[in-house]
Design a protein around this ligand. Structure first.
Ligand code: PAF
Length: 436
C-alpha cells in the first residue's frame, strides 16, 4: 500500500500495560499515513539495567507497518502517541506508560539527531528480537546487509563476451575445485532472477550469470527486437547479488552464420506454449546446451514460472548425459500475485492492474480441484469465465496437463500442471501452478 516498510517496538511497564499497548497500536492504525500489517504476540520481560522488580516488568511487542512517512515524520508521530498516552519524559526513569521505537525502516541506516535507525541497541534485546522474528523471520539487520554488499562490491566482477575467454576462465576455476552455480537469463533482471542468484550465491563458490537475448527462440513477429535490454542496470543487480562472472555474448559470438545444429526435446515441446510458439523450445534447448558448454556449471537455476522450459531442460540434461544439476525455484510474485517477468514493463497502468487475473484464475482452479472437481474441461471453463469477467485479457490457452508428460489430461489425478497464457494488447503473459 505505502512504499516504506518499518518495524516498531511497543512497550509498557506501567499498569494497565496491555491497555497502553493496545491503545498505542490502535492509534497507529488510525493514522492515515500508516497501514498496520502484522502484530507480534506480547512478551513480558524485566526492564533493562534495573534490579529485578516484579512490578516493573515490561510488556513488549513489535508491529510491522507500511507508511508514506519518512523516518523523522514517523518518529514525530510515535512521540505524539507517547505523549497522548501520558508518557512523561525523563531519560533516567525506567518507567514507561508507553515506549515506541522505530527498529527498522526499510533497509535504511539513519543517524540524524534524535532519529537513529536501526535502533542502536535492538540486537542486544531479546524482547525486541523475539517479537521481530515472529512478524518477520527473514529480516536481516541492515548493517549486516550493508556489510555483505560491501564485501561483494569489493570483489571484482568479470564480464566476458567471448565464449572461449569465458570458458578458459571458468574451466581453470573449476579445476581449482570451485563449485559453479549458473543462472541463465535474457537480462532486464527482476526480483525473480535476483532470487535465483541469491540461491546460487548461497550454494556455490562461484556464481555465473548469462545475459543473452537469444534470437533463435523468438519467431518472426515476436518481440526479439524490442525485448528490454539494460546491461548497466543488470550489472548493478548482479553486483548486489554477489555475481562473480557475467557472460554477455553477442548473437554473432554465439551463432556462426552457417550454424546448423539444433537440440529438439521431443514430446515435451509440442504442447502448451509449444503449440503457439513453434520452434521456441528448440531455440531454448539449443541455446541452453550451448551456454552449458561454455559455462562448466555444477548447478543451473531456473524459475518455475517458465515451467515447460525448465522441464524440457531437465529432460535434455538427462538425455544428453550433461553433467549439471538443474534446480527449479518457485515463481516470485508481485504483492498482488502477478508473476514477475521482464515483459511486465510493457503493460499500461490499466493492464497492470488487471494482470494478476491469470494467477487468480489458477487459485480458483486449485480450489475447485481441492473441493473434488476432477473434470479438466469444467475447471478450464471456470477459469476462462473468471478471466473474461475480470479483465480485458485475451486468453491464448488454458490447459491442464500431466506434470511429467505435459500431455492434456481429461481427468485430474496425480500431479497436474495448470497453465495459462494470455495477452494484454501485444504483451503475452504466462503463469502456472502445480496441483497435486
Ligand atoms: O528463461 C529465459 O530467460 C530464457 O529462455 C533462457 C533460459 C535464458 C534461454 O535463452
Amino acid at each position: 500500500m505505502f512504499k516504506n516498510k518499518a518495524y516498531i517496538s511497543i512497550g509498557s511497564n506501567i499498569p494497565p500495560r496491555r491497555k497502553f499497548i493496545d491503545e498505542a497500536t490502535k492509534r497507529l492504525r488510525r493514522d492515515s499515513n500508516i497501514a498496520l500489517i502484522k502484530r507480534s504476540s506480547i512478551y513480558e520481560t524485566c526492564p533493562n539495567g534495573s534490579n529485578f522488580d516484579i512490578r516493573k516488568r515490561f510488556l513488549n511487542g513489535v508491529v510491522e507497518i507500511e507508511t508514506s512517512l519518512g523516518p523523522s515524520d514517523l518518529m514525530s508521530r510515535l512521540l505524539g502517541i507517547e505523549r497522548s498516552l501520558g508518557r512523561t519524559d525523563s531519560k533516567r526513569c525506567l518507567d514507561r506508560a508507553i515506549d515506541l521505537d522505530i527498529l527498522l525502516y526499510n533497509d535504511d541506516i539513519v543517524s540524524n539527531g534524535d532519529v537513529v535507525i536501526p535502533h542502536p541497541r535492538m540486537h542486544e534485546r531479546d524482547f525486541v528480537i523475539l517479537p521481530l522474528m515472529e512478524v518477520s523471520p527473514d529480516t536481516v539487520h541492515p548493517v549486516i546487509k550493508k556489510r555483505i554488499r560491501d564485501i561483494y562490491n569489493a570483489r571484482e566482477m568479470k564480464v566476458f563476451t567471448s565464449p572461449q575467454a569465458a570458458y578458459n576462465h571458468l574451466f581453470s576455476e573449476k579445476i581449482s575445485g570451485k563449485r559453479i552455480g549458473f543462472v541463465p537469463t535474457m537480462g532486464y533482471l527482476h526480483e525473480g532472477h535476483a532470487s535465483l542468484l541469491r540461491r546460487a550465491r548461497r550454494e556455490n563458490d562461484l556464481v555465473v550469470l548469462s545475459i543473452f537475448v537469444n534470437p533463435t527462440q523468438f519467431s518472426a513477429g515476436e518481440d526479439y527486437k524490442r525485448y528490454p535490454r539494460d546491461l548497466k542496470r543488470d550489472a548493478r543487480v548482479a553486483r548486489k547479488e554477489g555475481v562473480d562472472v557475467i557472460f554477455h555474448p553477442s548473437a554473432s559470438d554465439m551463432y556462426k552464420k552457417d550454424n546448423s545444429t539444433r537440440v529438439d526435446v521431443e514430446g515435451l515441446s509440442e504442447n502448451l506454449c509449444g503449440r503457439y510458439r513453434p520452434g521456441h523450445f528448440r531455440g531454448v534447448a539449443t541455446v541452453v546446451a550451448k551456454l552449458l558448454n561454455v559455462i562448466p556449471a555444477d548447478v543451473a537455476y531456473f524459475g518455475q514460472k517458465d515451467a515447460q522450459q525448465a522441464f524440457i531442460i531437465k529432460r535434455m540434461i538427462r538425455d544428453l548425459n550433461m553433467a549439471v544439476k538443474i534446480k527449479i525455484l518457485p515463481t516470485v510474485r508481485e504483492k498482488d500475485g502477478l508473476a514477475m517477468s521482464s515483459r511486465n514493463r510493457y503493460l499500461s497502468a490499466a493492464e497492470r492492474r488487471e494482470a494478476p487475473v491469470g494467477y487468480r484464475s489458477l487459485i480458483l482452479a486449485r480450489k475447485m480441484i481441492e473441493k473434488g472437481e476432477k473434470r479438466s474441461e469444467k475447471v478450464i471453463r471456470s477459469m476462462k469465465d473468471f478471466v473474461h469477467r475480470n479483465s480485458n485479457a485475451k486468453i491464448q490457452y488454458i490447459l491442464i496437463v500431466d506434470k511429467d508428460t505435459l500431455k492434456d489430461v481429461k481427468t485430474v489425478k496425480g500431479a497436474v500442471l495448470i497453465a495459462i497464457a494470455f495477452y494484454f494488447g501485444g504483451t503475452r503473459l504466462i503463469d502456472n501452478m502445480i496441483v497435486n
